[in-house]
Write a protein that binds this ligand. Structure first.
Ligand code: NAD
Length: 651
């Protein structure tokens, strides 16, 4: 092949490196045999000059070196963590750069699969007359975005993502982490710009955006990069005595294409963590953001900069109907975060298609403060837990139970601290709380406040709110009864309903008397009591002497029970949730006929009974008996298997 941007020797260097990254196998051609390198010119058109020159130099070097040396260099660049400072950064760039070029080119595979959209960009270039120079569109990478004008967007997105699944699955987990590392560095570098976009879509405070969305994503990415390779490695499992000589394994394989649907309250983290988890486990993604906070184009931009090939993540913009269209494509798994109402609909639709669903739904989380807790700290925790993200968190403190002897003192401290909250959609990080994101959620909060007032509750702060403005202040509510909406339904706003309790039993009964079961927190100096109470809470997660913290640790699985959903995200459970956990039992090839195979005979029945009694009975010499019975049975089964069949054939 010839290329406008590369000399013949550079092309051969590219093909050499390409075959090391993608050597081909069973049903897929190697890089050099796929013909995908023919697209290299178009790819180089939209590269930065310095990247292009760097790549050309690398390909020249690769051409001059023997294959094993190139392989050694590429392997070495994966060990960038062990190389000092700039050398490590350089190695990373080489690793990401070469793999990025090779993988992206290889994705012209999609064109062969009859999928024109991935290479819309290619098609437009092809329309150009030779020698006419690159058209305008060449300045852009192939599109990842599909706007759902009709159901065909969901169909195209799923087809594209399915086309990319095979190549992603063939990468090792370690190789996939390179993309995550690159994404992490890009997010860290572009954090202020990302925060601007998050604030523009949500109205949250700048610090909320930094601490919850940016920090949360970076922490999760680091954890995935470091821990996932081990957690996704083939794992040897116990093999029972009766299967002596065999080994048992679990392999963690990709499912294929995962549909991720997210809500509007944390549009960045709710997208990035599941997408990163899916990619790392080898699944391509169709992502449907909330129509209220689409962060339009941001994700595509970040992924493209991290060299994530276009067909690995498709973004479908649109409302609930677009989400339902995506579900109808029968992806290999659905990961849904959102309301209980929508979760039910999706689960019903997916049930018809037998698509597994994970549901991360709403909550009505309880915080329980015992009298021995440090009241100032507990009040500060309650305030943050109830108000962070303006109360629009699934794990917000929505019910605050305080033991009666300290109820009045705690209430006074809480009100004092609540009056110090600074509310603004700020640009410098100086505000505690931003605004609400959507008008319809403001209406729900207003209805809850109205209901509480009508039933006799008192607003200790925030009584001045007009019931319409998105800048809802902290509203501490006293004299709340268990039948009020603020006690039963998810408010998803900055409301803090207070309840006094007299005993452990009482508070457990009231805290568990909820349709939801997401998280909770228990505050007490007496750790034994805190643990005892926590064990009896009917929730998926809990924190002791802290608030919303169980979800802050990426090593801990996150999820709820009851109307808060099912399945677990994050942690090892979460990783395995995105996998086909394949159980494999390995035996040696031999001429042995197993005891449980045919023929069944009365003699085998007798010997098998001896073995069962020895193995599961209580005799002191049971292991000896088991070994004796096992040997007799094995010999008999083997002889009968070989000879007995012959005998039966004669009949
Ligand atoms: P929502 O259910 O209205 O929407 C969530 C997403 O589902 C959106 O992208 C929406 O377009 C899509 N959707 C709506 N109808 C659909 C359908 N029929 N088929 C497919 N997709 C459909 O939720 P929301 O108002 O965006 O988010 C707030 C809710 O999310 C709250 O209840 C909150 O507690 C919950 N939430 C839960 C968690 C968690 O991890 N448990 C995290 C954040 C938010």
């Amino acid at each position: 092949m010839t290329a406008r941007h590369l000399s013949a020797s550079q092309v051969s260097g590219l093909l050499k490196a390409g075959d090391i990254v993608i050597p081909g196998g069973d049903d897929l051609p190697s890089f050099s045999r796929s013909g995908c390198a023919d697209h290299v010119d178009r790819m180089f058109e939209f590269m930065h000059d310095s990247d292009r020159d760097g790549m050309k130099l690398l390909f020249s070097i690769f051409n001059a070196l023997p294959g094993p040396a190139v392989k050694g260099i590429l392997k070495l660049t994966e060990k960038e963590k062990y190389l000092p400072g700039p050398l490590g950064a350089g190695a990373r760039m080489v690793n990401i750069g070469v793999k990025g070029v090779v993988m992206t080119l290889y994705y012209s595979d999609a064109a062969e699969a009859g999928i024109n959209e991935v290479l819309q960009w290619d098609a437009k270039c092809d329309d150009n007359e030779p020698g006419e120079g690159p058209p305008e569109v060449e300045a852009q990478a192939p599109p990842l975005t599909l706007v759902a004008e009709d159901a065909s967007a969901a169909e195209r997105a799923t087809t594209l993502a399915r086309a990319g699944a095979k190549a992603l699955a063939r990468l090792s987990v370690k190789e996939r982490t390179v993309y995550l590392g690159s994404l992490r560095e890009i997010i860290l570098r572009r954090r202020e710009e990302i925060i601007d976009r998050i604030q523009a879509d949500t109205g949250k405070s700048r610090s909320d955006a930094l601490m919850s969305e940016i920090y949360g994503v970076l922490e999760a990415l680091v954890w995935l990069e470091k821990r996932a390779p081990k957690m996704l490695a083939d794992r040897q499992q116990h093999t029972p005595l009766s299967m002596l000589g065999k080994t048992s394994w679990t392999w963690y394989e990709p499912l294929g294409t995962v549909l991720i649907i997210s809500p509007w309250n944390y549009p960045f983290i709710q997208a990035l963590i599941p997408i990163a988890t899916a990619l790392l486990t080898g699944n391509t993604v169709v992502y449907k953001p909330s129509e209220h906070t689409p962060l339009e184009g941001l994700l595509e931009d970040l992924l493209a900069e991290a060299q994530v090939p276009p067909s690995w993540v498709q973004v479908v913009y649109g409302d609930g109907a677009a989400g339902a269209d995506c579900v109808a494509q029968a992806p290999d798994k659905i990961f849904f975060t959102g309301s209980t109402r929508t979760g039910r609909r999706i689960a019903a639709q997916a049930a018809e298609l037998l698509v597994p669903v994970e549901l991360e739904l709403g909550g009505k989380d309880a915080m329980i403060v015992f009298a021995d807790a440090d009241l100032e700290r507990a009040a500060a925790g309650a305030l943050w837990g109830a108000l962070t993200n303006t109360g629009q968190s699934c794990t917000s403190v929505e019910r605050l139970y305080v033991e009666r002897p300290v109820f009045e003192a705690f209430k006074a401290e809480l009100v004092k601290q609540a009056r110090c909250i600074v509310q603004e959609v700020d640009s410098d990080g100086d505000a505690d709380m931003g605004s609400m994101t959507t008008d319809f959620q403001v209406d729900i909060v207003a209805a809850h406040v109205e209901d509480a007032r009508a039933k006799g509750a008192q607003l200790l702060t925030g009584a001045e709110w007009d019931g319409k403005s998105k800048m809802i202040p902290p509203i501490v509510i006293d004299s709340v009864s268990d039948d009020m909406l603020v006690a039963r339904e998810e408010s998803f706003g900055p409301l803090i309903p207070l309840f006094a309790f007299d005993s452990e039993e009482e508070v457990l009964r009231r805290a568990n008397d909820s349709d939801y079961g997401l998280t909770a927190s228990v505050w007490s100096k007496d750790l034994a009591r805190a643990k005892r109470v926590t064990r009896r809470l009917v929730t998926g997660c809990a924190s002791i002497n802290n608030v919303m913290l169980s979800e802050g640790n990426p090593a801990l699985p996150f999820g709820g029970i009851k109307n808060s959903g099912y399945g677990r995200h994050k942690g090892e459970h979460g990783l395995h949730g995105f996998c086909n956990v394949k159980s494999v039992l390995i035996d040696k090839d031999s001429n042995k006929i197993e005891a449980n195979w045919y023929p069944y005979t009365s003699e085998k029945y007798r010997l098998f009974t001896e073995l069962v009694v020895a193995l599961f009975g209580k005799g002191k010499l049971r292991l000896l008996d088991f070994a004796r019975a096992g040997m007799k049975l094995e010999k008999y089964s083997n002889d009968a298997g070989h000879k007995g069949r012959e005998g039966r054939e004669d009949k």
